[in-house]
Design a protein around this ligand. Structure first.
Ligand SMILES: Cc1ncc(C[n+]2csc(CCOP(=O)(O)OP(=O)(O)O)c2C)c(N)n1
Ligand SMILES: [Mg+2]
Length: 476
């Protein structure tokens, strides 16, 4: 390291080592549409060039679809054309030696801008390749996990409303959070190397996630059970979050299980993502092939510690993906009151890391984004930021549903933006992804059976929690 060096562009020479095996071929037109969408999102100045070079590159491929090996070759051809086309920019503009910034002549400056752009394009193409590998079995698993999350969510609300009997004859419902419409995050798990699948004694080599309050589906996809989660809502004795004291319980849906690679969500919002960044540093220093994922809400992303975490990960090239889930609100603060950032992905770009935006209604995007982030990070590429656009289809916590959405009686009327709500309700991942599975050939009876199994499984978890003892105060 020298004083005059410019910031690292982690993974600057990164390219996928080999092709991926697709479960179904990708059509040229779908590929172009998604690539152009990404260019419009992040590099709109290059829209015409990309469209033109894409058409030129695709002329060399006779078929209308690409299988895994051909997709790989096509990606290389396209990226090559793009790099060549951009290589003469400084000369054409006559600014080869002009200092765009002190000590950065036009040639140097534009070649660095090109490198970051090319990297973004490579990551976009590889993300689409990962999406094409997804099997129907994986999708069915996501539907199962999303169903589990929704069923659990409804039980949690019911427990909050009706309560669980307490030793003094009263009832207690705890305080908990819902994840309505944000269940697609479960699909991150199929792109991770899960701790629960590691041989005994090696669980710590599995990937680490730090779910926040609306990511209980991800915690379950990592292996946490409904019983665990129920116990944390009401603080029963066997809750894992006992502060290190057996039988002490734990509350507020502060879930987590380190043996499964699930960090507990922290009450001060950004702490879990900062801790995960520290774990990523340890992974890097120990030479582990362990990947870290830190999802947060857009409100959390305003806090100082979250910026420090991203900044540090960017400087060190740590193997971590940050994920900002913009669910259109943070407790009662609207997005417009939260930040003036154009897209939340820009926050990652500000810290020197590649970033892109996904539609949170589609579990596939979570899977493919985490798959490419993991591959890139463990290949020396460093961190990325995944920006998810979604909506909180519920109150902040159970007590807040009526205030936000409105009570059935009309009082309170609810302050949610009804148009926004209708837009996202139509995109609810549960019915939509279910319908997609039907069109992909899964029988109605298979889906219905899975849903019954999940209801029974979650119901049994609640019953087990109700049987659990309450914690006993050490002062009694
Ligand atoms: C540092 C900090 N400030 C405030 C709070 C109180 N609080 C808990 S959740 C929340 C809103 C979080 O919004 P966001 O990050 O967008 O996540 P969402 O609830 O929308 O999923 C707030 C303000 C907190 N837990 N920690
Ligand atoms: Mg939010």
């Amino acid at each position: 390291m020298t004083q005059s060096e410019l910031p690292n562009i982690w993974g600057v020479d990164w390219k996928p080592r080999s092709h991926l095996d697709f479960s179904s071929d990708v059509s040229m037109s779908d590929l172009k549409e998604e690539l152009i969408r990404f260019i419009a999102e992040r590099h709109d100045g290059h829209l015409r060039l990309v469209g033109w070079l894409f058409d030129e590159a695709s002329e060399e491929y006779s078929g209308e679809t690409l299988d895994g090996p051909n997709f790989h070759l096509f990606s290389e051809t396209f990226v090559q054309k793009l790099s060549e086309n951009l290589s003469s920019r400084a000369e054409e503009a006559g600014i080869m030696t002009t200092e765009v910034i002190p000590r950065r002549g036009g040639l140097l400056h534009l070649s660095r801008r090109t490198k970051r752009f090319i990297l973004d394009v490579r990551l976009c193409l590889r993300r689409l390749a990962h999406a094409a590998t997804v099997t129907l079995d994986q999708r069915f698993e996501w539907q199962r996990w999303m169903t589990r999350t929704r069923v659990l969510d409804e039980h949690l609300k019911d427990i909050f409303t009706t309560g669980v009997e307490t030793p003094d004859g009263g009832r207690f419902g705890g305080k908990g959070f819902r994840s309505t419409w944000q269940e697609g995050i479960v699909a991150c798990a199929t792109a991770l190397n899960l701790a629960k699948d590691q041989p005994a004694g090696l669980q710590h080599t599995g990937d680490i996630v730090a779910p926040m309050i609306r990511d209980i589906g991800l915690a379950m996809a990592m292996g946490q059970t409904p019983t665990d989660l129920f116990a944390t809502q009401v603080g029963k004795a066997n809750s894992l979050m006992n502060g290190g004291r057996d039988g002490a319980g734990g509350r507020d849906l502060h879930i987590g299980d380190l043996s499964l690679g699930v960090l507990p969500p922290t009450a001060p919002l950004p702490i879990a993502s900062a801790t995960t960044t520290g774990i990523a540093l340890a992974s890097q220093r120990l030479g582990l092939t362990r990947f870290q994922l830190a999802p947060v809400g857009e409100g959390c992303s305003s806090s100082g510690e979250f910026w420090e975490a991203m900044n540090f990960a960017g400087a060190r090239g740590l193997p971590i993906a940050f994920m900002i889930q913009n669910n259109q609100i943070a407790l009662d603060t609207f997005v417009v009151g939260q930040s003036a950032v154009e897209t939340w992905g820009d926050k990652g770009v500000a810290m020197g890391m590649p970033a892109w935006t996904i539609d949170g209604a589609e579990p596939l995007h979570f899977h493919s984004s985490v798959a490419v982030a993991r591959e890139f990070a463990l290949g020396g590429g460093g961190p990325v930021l995944i920006h998810v656009e979604t909506m909180r289809g519920c109150g902040h916590a159970h007590h807040h549903d009526d205030l936000y959405l409105g009570a059935p009686s009309g009082t309170p009327p609810g302050y949610v933006d009804k148009d926004l709500l209708a837009y996202w309700e139509a995109k609810d991942p549960l019915p939509n992804h279910r319908e997609l599975l039907r069109t992909m050939g899964i029988e109605e009876s298979t889906l219905a059976q899975m849903e019954e199994e999940e209801k029974a499984y979650v119901g049994a978890g609640r019953a087990a929690m109700e049987e659990m003892p309450w914690p006993v105060s050490r002062y009694l």
